[in-house]
Design a protein around this ligand. Structure first.
Ligand code: M7G
Length: 338
């Protein structure tokens, strides 16, 4: 009986309709981490003390709200925090629970054979994915704020003379990346690892994915090698690493989530937010943020370009968008480049 249910679920998973949530859902505070990990270092977020200052962005289509707020700590200090609230997709396999007596149905309009209702599900079926950045920096607040955007055309020389010096002085902390690589955080969520220090990587569900369904699958492959910041640092020397990420990443996702390589979008961001080389894996049918043509670079194209020319990404002009308030945009303006 249990076996046949398992087989049915495996079949459904192959059909792409259902995924058994194998690893536990993401934990806000790194439950299950090794001793000395982030959960012991960082304070728990004092939700009730969060005072909303500003709605940074809202999207009815994406059903997401980005809030900036302040938190008064016991010490008397006031700290900034970002809270992101997102309604999660409905899960087909839980529809019977949703329509059971546990939910309350209130009639809105009835007309002939048509009627609309509001359904009030029980708490366990009405969750809201909540992401917290705390304490948040000014840069985090800007990252989530709606802004006008402008295209930059960055030559290889612009990268070396404007972008790189700026990044070296400014970029986001990548401590969370090192915590993953060193198994100090999210260790229980790792889906696959190739431990080679030069051509190895860790494949892990992205923060943005609640792992409840494959429709919005989102994982990241983080390379072990430190010092590779972005696409701009890649030469033919990294081809073994890139081929491993491409090949082994797809195999691991097929094995764990029953999604084939030709159902995946595998890409870099340029510019990324975090300057430690990583690759995004998203379900092809999912309109993930950051997949616009001015930001996403398919890993398969990157490999092909490096096979054609080992110095491709040192030479090529790369186009990307910057928000109006980004200091890098000002650097380009000051240099008369846009
Ligand atoms: P990016 O291209 O550098 O920046 O991608 P973006 O956030 O503008 O897309 C970094 C990716 O890492 C994003 O998809 C984030 O959602 C994800 N991410 C960020 N943090 C801080 C974490 C984290 O702590 N754990 C995990 N698993 N993913 C994260």
């Amino acid at each position: 009986m249990a076996e046949s249910k398992k087989r049915k679920r495996e079949k459904e998973a192959q059909d792409g309709d259902f995924v058994e949530p194998k690893p536990p859902p993401p934990q806000t505070q790194g439950k299950g981490d090794v001793p000395g990990a982030v959960s012991e270092v960082l304070p728990t977020f004092p939700f009730s003390a969060f005072r909303v200052q500003k709605v940074l962005r809202e999207s009815a289509r994406e059903k997401i709200l980005f809030l900036h707020g302040k938190v008064n700590e016991d010490s008397g200090d006031e700290k900034d925090a970002i809270v992101i609230l997102e309604k999660t997709p409905l899960q087909a396999d839980r529809v019977s629970d949703l329509l059971s007596k546990k939910s309350e149905l209130k009639l809105q309009i009835r007309n002939d054979i048509y009627s609309t209702y509001t359904l009030y599900p029980p708490p366990e079926l009405s969750e809201i994915k909540t992401t917290i950045v705390y304490p948040a920096t000014e840069k985090h607040i800007k990252k989530y704020q709606s802004q006008d955007v402008y295209l930059i055309q960055e030559t290889g020389e612009d990268y070396r003379s404007i972008t790189l010096p700026f990044l070296q002085s400014q970029s986001f902390s990548i401590q969370w990346v090192y915590n993953i690589l060193e198994k100090k955080a999210e260790a229980d969520r790792i889906v696959y690892e190739n431990t080679d220090p030069i051509s190895g990587f860790v494949l892990i569900p992205d923060f943005k994915w609640d792992q409840k369904q494959v429709d919005d699958l989102y994982l990241i492959a983080i390379c072990h090698h430190r010092g590779l910041k972005s696409l701009r640092d890649l030469t033919d020397k990294q081809l073994p690493l890139l081929r491993n990420i491409f090949q082994e990443g797809q195999e691991a996702i097929l094995k764990r989530y029953s999604l084939r390589g030709n159902q995946l979008r595998i890409y870099f961001h340029y510019q990324p937010s975090y300057y430690h080389l990583h690759v995004h894996f998203t379900a092809l049918g999912f309109d993930a943020s950051g997949t616009a043509v001015e930001r996403a670079h398919l890993l398969s194209d990157v490999i092909a370009n490096l096979e054609l020319d080992p110095m491709y990404y040192q030479k090529r002009t790369l186009t990307y968008a910057l928000r109006a308030d980004e200091p890098l945009l000002k650097k380009f303006l000051d240099a008369g480049k846009c």
